[in-house]
Design a protein around this ligand. Structure first.
Ligand SMILES: [Zn+2]
Length: 115
C-alpha cells in the first residue's frame, strides 16, 4: 500500500489515494470509450481531495448515478464516482505523480452493457 498524489494539468484539482496500484481498467460505455482514460478504483476512505471542490465540474448522463468530475480550468478528467459502485472513487491513473504504470494489469469494464 502506497500513497500517491494526483493532479489535473493546471494543478487546481489535487488529490491523494492510498492503494496497491496493480491494475487499471478501461470502460467501453458511450462516455468512457470517448474519454479513453485508464482508471483505478479505491474505496472512499482511501481517497482525499486536497483542493477546493469549486474547481470541479460535474458531468452526469443516462441514469445520473455516476458522477464524472473534471477540472473546470484545464478540462482534465481527474476522478469519478462509478455507477456500479457509487461508494468508490475511480481515478485517472495518468494524473498520478511518480506512479510506475508499466506493470499495471489492464482490464475492461463492460459499461456498454448498461448504456
Ligand atoms: Zn486543472
Amino acid at each position: 500500500m502506497k500513497t500517491y498524489r494526483g493532479q489535473c494539468h493546471c494543478g487546481k484539482v489535487q488529490f491523494e489515494v492510498t492503494t496497491v496500484l496493480d491494475r487499471g481498467d478501461r470502460c467501453n460505455c458511450s462516455f468512457c470509450s470517448r474519454r479513453g482514460a485508464i482508471m483505478h478504483s479505491v474505496t472512499a476512505d482511501r481517497f482525499k481531495l486536497l483542493t477546493d471542490e469549486a474547481f470541479l465540474t460535474l458531468y452526469q448522463f443516462h441514469t445520473q448515478t455516476a458522477k464524472h468530475y473534471f477540472c473546470n480550468v484545464c478540462g482534465i478528467y481527474t476522478f469519478h464516482r462509478p455507477r456500479i459502485a457509487p461508494e468508490k472513487y475511480r481515478i485517472n491513473v495518468a494524473c498520478l505523480e511518480a506512479a510506475d504504470l508499466t506493470h499495471l494489469k489492464i482490464g475492461l469494464v463492460n459499461g456498454a452493457a448498461y448504456d
